[in-house]
Ligand binder design. Sequence first.
Ligand code: DGT
Ligand code: CA
Ligand code: CA
Ligand code: ZN
Length: 601
Amino acid sequence: MNNQGIARLLEETADLLEIDGGDSFRIRSYRRAAEAVEQSTVAIASLVDMPKRLLEIPGIGKGMAANLQVAVRERSIPLRDELLARYSAEILDLMKLPGVGPKTVRLLWDAAKIASIDALEAAIRSGALQGLPRMSEKQVAKLKKGIEDYRKSSGRFRIDHAEEAWLALRAYLGALSGVETVTTAGSLRRGRETVGDLDILVTGPACEPGATGELVEAIARYEDIRDLIAKGENKVSFHLQSSLQVDVRLLPARSFGAALQYFTGSKMHNVALRQRALRMGYTLNEWALARVDDGSVVASETEDAIYSVLGLDWIPPELRENLGEIEAAQTHSLPRLIALDDLRGDLHMHTHATDGLHSIEEMAEAACARGYSYIAITDHSKNLAMTNGLNEERALEHIARIRAVDRALGGRIRVFAGIEVDILTDGELDLPDAVLAEMEIVIASVHTALQMPREAMTRRILRAVENPYVRILGHGTGRLLLRREPYEVDLPAVLRRCAELGVAVEHNAAPERLDLCDRDLRLALEAGCRLVVNTDAHDRRQLDKMRYGVRQLRRAWVRPADVLNTLEVGALLSALRARTSASGSCFSLQSPVGAVSTNSS
Ligand code: DGT
Ligand code: CA
Ligand code: CA
Ligand code: ZN
C-alpha cells in the first residue's frame, strides 16, 4: 500500500472518530498522522519492519506506528473497521456530498440512523429530515441537489487523479521483466476532463501470445490494487484503492498501432473510421487494418500507418470525438493545436496577501524558472472575506509591492499588477474604478450567490463586463468538477458580449475547475472571443497545472493564435481590451517601468 492509501485510511479513521463523538485529541492525532504520511518522501511500506524509523516521522507516536504497520500489512486500520461496522460501510460516502462533514453525518445518524447516501435520499423523500436542527428547507434542497450531482458523477475521476494513478502504474509496469513499452489509451489519452477507467497497453517479449503467464501474475501483484476484476491471458483488470478501474492489455508489438488506435477511441470516432475503412474495402479492428477480400494486413504497427492507408493525416487524440476531425484530416486542414510550449505567461495567480501560499517574489521566481516572460498577480478582492480579500487600501499597497518586485527583477520577467475582482450580486465590481485603473490585468469573477436564477446571473455578468477596466472574464461557469454543477447563465449571450467588448475569456487550468469546458470553449471561438488560459495558482507548484488547461484547449481545436498569453509582452498588452473612460478617452497603462517595454532585458 502506498503513502496516499495509508493517509486516506488515517483520514477516514479521524472522520469516523469525529462522527462517533470521539476524543478531540485522538481525532487530531489521526489527522496529523495522515498529513505526515502524505508528506513523507519515504514509502511507509518500506519501513514496516523498522518501527524506530517510523517513530522518526514527525507526528507519529508508538500507537500510530503500530497502526501504520497494520495498515501496510492488512490494508486496513482496526479502529476504522470497528467504526465502520458500528455505523455502516457506506457512511463515509455521505461526506462526498458538498457541505457535509462529520458534524452533519453525526446529526443525521442521531436523528434517523442515516448512514448512507441511499438512506439520506429516502429520508429526504419521506420528509423525515423536517424539523431537525440545522436542516432548513434550503439545507435539505441543497442535500438533494448534492445527491443528484453525486449520482451523475460517481464512477468518474478527475484528469489529475487519473494521471497520477497512470504515472505510478507506468513506473511499475515499465520495470517488469519482458516489458518494453507502456502506453495509455482511452479517455486519458484524449485528455478528457474526467476519466471512467484507465486503459493501458503493454508490449514486449512477455506480451507475445502464449508467453504472458508470468507478466500477468506480476501485474496482479501491484501494491495499489484493491480487488482484481479479471485476469486473462492478455488482459488484467482491477480496481485501485481509489476505486478507479484499470484495464491493462498485453499485445504483440506488431498490432500496437491498431490497438492504440482502437482503445484510444472515442467510440464515435472509431465507428466513423471503421465505416470509412469498409467503404474503402478494409476491415479495422484492434488487431489490424486488413483487406476485406483476402484478409491480408495492410497496417497494424503504427497509428500513423493506419490513418495514412485510410487517406487521412494522423489525428491528435484530443480531437478524436467525431466532431469533424476525420473530414479535416482528409483535406489536410487539421488545426495546428496549441501546446504547452506556446505559452509565454500566466495571468491569474494568488499570493499570501489573500489565500495563496507564496509571496509575489516566490511566484515570479517560479514562473521565471518555467521560462515565462510575464505573469500577473491577481489576488482576491474584499467581498471574499474568507480569503482575506483586498480592500481599496490594501489593493493599492499590493500594487506598489508588485511594482517593486517587477523593478527588482530587472526585466528577467514582467510582473503585472492585477486583481481577481469579485462580481457582486448586482453586477457591480467589488473595487472602485480608480483602483482598477492602476492595474494591467483585471479579471472579473463570480464567486458568490451561485444559485441565482439564470436571467439575473446573465444580467449580473453582462453588467460586470461593461466596466471598461475588465480585461478578462474568469470562472465562466463556476463549476467544481464532479462536485458542483455550473451556475445557471446564458453563456452564449455572455460570450457574444465579451467578443464585442474585447474582454478575453479565461479557461481555468486548475483540474478541479477547467471552466470553460471543451464544448463551451468551442462556443467561445465561434462567438469570436479571444481566450486566455491561466492556472489560478494558489501556490507556486500549481503553476504546473497549465498542462491540464492546454489539454482542454486542444480538445476545443484551439490554435496558439486564439490565446492571448501565447503572445510576447508587447503584443499581449496591445491585444488586451483597450481601456477607455465613459467619455471615450484612452487611459494609458500605469507602470513605472513602462508597461509596453518589450526590450527591457
Ligand atoms: P471512459 O473510460 O468512460 O472515460 O472513456 P473511454 O473512451 O476510455 O472508454 P472505454 O474505457 O470504455 O473504452 C476505451 C476505448 O475502447 C474507447 O474509447 C473506444 C474503444 N471501445 C470500447 N468499446 C468499444 C466498442 O464497443 N466499439 C468501438 N468501436 N470501440 C470501443
Ligand atoms: Ca477508459
Ligand atoms: Ca476501459
Ligand atoms: Zn483565482
